[in-house]
Design a protein around this ligand. Structure first.
Ligand code: ADP
Ligand code: ASP
Ligand code: MG
Length: 444
């Protein structure tokens, strides 16, 4: 039995958290490979070490002094070293970091030092060997992740060590330059290690007792999800439920390795089990709700567009040409809407609009700004009718206007758009009707 365990930033934010982590690891001898994040926030108004590192590199690029900010970062680690009574000094490491900054090692290098240094300390504290992720996690020249090369390197390396600490979030390309995943990417490293060694389970330890049905910052004490499928989870995490990085399921998915989200502060809680498939019915009709603010809908109208071959392609090409990715494309007979991220669109707005006019000659183009998208996800929706109706009645009762609806062909989700200002209330309304007061659900 081999388990890969990843600990998030808040789980390793200070010496007290390091102690909890060691207790968890030593409580089960199967917990052999450990993937740490950089120290996170110690309290709600604290700063994550990763954010400080990004700032420090920005200062260095501008030619400003970085002594103060690197001092703040070093103090975070020194607090851990002293709190645990470790016999280590990071003086030399910080000298190397400073030199590398002045040699323009890059922003990814800077960001990666958070995980690297935390890994060095955690390995020392656990008495485990340290493996630098730069030696085993491989990126291509275009910064994409190279799965085959990584698997081969990891498998060879881990054959040498029964136990090890491998920092999350970064790796290197074939020229030896450090590269990182996107934010929250230590979750991906954990999954890669679990996949490479065919682990029995990938435990992802964080600061909540699993995946909740809705964001706990919006719904007070939401119920947690006991079991969720990879696909449901991907829908939810893509839509903003940030507990686990949206790409973290790919490396374990093929082998069906379950992911267990656990709480470092309540290690006896079972957490959430994320699996390929389950015959366990979900406790409620829906599995989860998530969403994101800040979208704009570009509504294109043209009579008879449905008979114009290539219309949709030409519309999407206008966005592609300016590097704007789209989220959804709800359409009617004579209308075609494209939903995009507002901040991304704002800079190229006029260029995209004139391109649309040139390429599809629409009757009208209308912009709907400040939209939030909410996804209601659940494997149980397929076998229950009236789910959409219940959502819409719940929103109508709260006086919330629905701006757009899109049901995925998988029948795994219903996505709807509301005004940004209705976002929180819409999530609460959906949560209440399915979870708090299911007796209010419409009966058909
Ligand atoms: P870590 O630093 O351990 O990787 P993250 O901050 O990335 O942790 O993820 C955990 C956080 O995700 C929780 O503290 C919570 O605020 C937030 N969150 C958002 N949506 C949900 C959800 N549906 N269930 C649980 N937590 C959620
Ligand atoms: N430390 C990185 C971040 O803050 C990666 C992670 O925590 O997963 O995004
Ligand atoms: Mg995270």
């Amino acid at each position: 039995m081999k388990k890969v365990v990843k600990f998030g930033g808040s789980s390793l934010a200070n010496a007290e958290q390091f102690r909890k982590v060691k207790e968890i690891i030593t409580a089960d001898p199967a917990r052999v490979y450990v993937v740490p994040s950089a120290p996170g926030k110690r309290s709600s108004n604290d700063e994550k070490v990763t954010d400080l590192l990004y700032k420090s590199y920005e200062l260095s690029e501008k030619g400003e002094s970085i002594d103060e900010i690197l001092g703040v970062i070093k103090a975070r680690y020194d607090e851990i070293i002293e709190g645990l009574g470790l016999d280590v000094s990071l003086d030399e490491e910080f000298e190397i970091i400073k030199t590398n900054y002045s040699n323009k090692a890059g922003v990814a290098y800077a960001a990666s030092r958070g995980e690297y240094l935390n890994g060095v300390l955690l390995a020392k504290y656990l008495g485990f060997p340290f493996i630098d992720a730069a030696d085993v996690i491989c990126f291509n020249e275009d910064d994409s992740f190279n799965a085959e090369k990584t698997d081969a390197k990891l498998q060879t390396k881990l054959r040498e060590f029964d136990k090890a600490v491998i920092p999350g979030f970064y790796g290197s390309n074939s020229d030896g330059f450090i590269r990182t995943f996107s934010r929250g990417g230590s979750d991906i490293t954990g999954s890669i290690v679990a996949g490479a060694i065919n682990a029995n389970i990938y435990e992802n330890w964080t600061d909540v007792s699993g995946f909740m049905i809705a964001d706990p910052r919006i719904v007070k004490n939401p119920a947690s999800i006991k079991a969720i499928t990879y696909r449901e989870l991907r829908e939810l995490s893509y839509m903003g439920a940030t507990v686990l990085h949206e790409d973290a399921i790919f490396p374990v998915r093929k082998q069906g390795i379950p992911i267990n989200i656990r709480n470092t502060n309540c290690p006896t809680d079972e957490g959430t089990l994320i699996v390929e498939n389950t015959c366990r019915p979900s406790e409620y009709i829906i599995t989860g709700i998530a969403g994101k603010k800040g979208f704009v809908a570009i509504n294109i109208e043209k009579d008879m567009m449905n008979s114009e071959i290539g219309f949709g392609r030409k519309v999407l090409e206008a966005f592609e040409k300016y590097g704007i990715s789209f989220e959804h494309t709800p359409s009617g007979i004579d209308t075609f809407s494209v939903l995009v991220h507002q901040p991304e669109f704002e800079g190229r707005e006029q260029e995209v609009l004139s391109e649309l006019h040139r390429s599809v000659n629409p009757d009208s183009v209308e912009l709907q700004t400040d939209l939030a998208l909410i996804a209601v996800v659940g494997r149980g929706m397929r076998s229950n009718h009236g789910v959409a109706a219940s959502i819409f009645v719940a929103l109508a009762k709260q006086g919330i206007n629905i701006r757009m609806i899109d049901q995925g062909s998988s029948e795994l989700n219903i996505i709807f758009g509301v005004k940004n200002s209705d976002y929180e209330n819409a999530i609460k309304a959906v949560y209440d009707v399915f979870i708090t007061n299911p007796s209010d659900l419409l009966k058909f």
